[in-house]
Design a protein around this ligand. Structure first.
Ligand code: ZN
Length: 133
């Protein structure tokens, strides 16, 4: 894995959280994007070479809405950038990690993504992401 690509933070209100994080980081959000298949709206901030991704669920069944209603707002996942997501998925499966997706899926910010079960990573939902060509 190459770097921490982003940290995902689940929020109740994207609009309010963008303003808060613009104040916190002293930089502007560079992208707001809805991922309809995941029922989330996302906002990205570039901090050095890593990013902060704010996520708000767009309906009650969204995993983000459920996370916020059970655990409250806070860190939802850590995403690592990889150059070859399929071979990393294979490598992790061979090491006994439960990779939650059969195949990489299209994520926000022009990425291929997959997730690793938090029970295999000390309680932290882990995302792999690869830039889409
Ligand atoms: Zn993410």
């Amino acid at each position: 894995m190459q770097k921490i690509e982003h940290i995902g933070i689940a929020v109740a209100s994207l609009e309010e959280s963008i303003l808060k994080y613009e104040l916190l980081l002293g930089i502007k959000c560079y992208k707001v994007e809805e991922v309809v298949s995941e029922a989330v709206k996302t906002a990205f901030f570039l901090v050095g070479e890593s990013k902060i991704e704010l996520l708000e669920g767009t309906n009650e069944d969204s995993v983000i809405s459920k996370f916020v209603s059970t655990k409250g707002e806070g860190i939802h996942h850590i995403a690592y950038g990889v150059s070859d997501i399929k071979s990393e998925m294979q490598r992790l499966r061979a090491e006994g990690f439960r990779v939650l997706n059969e195949e990489p899926k299209v994520g926000a910010d022009n990425k291929w993504v997959c997730f690793v079960h938090p029970k295999d990573t000390k309680g932290v939902l882990t995302e792999l992401c690869q830039e889409r060509e």
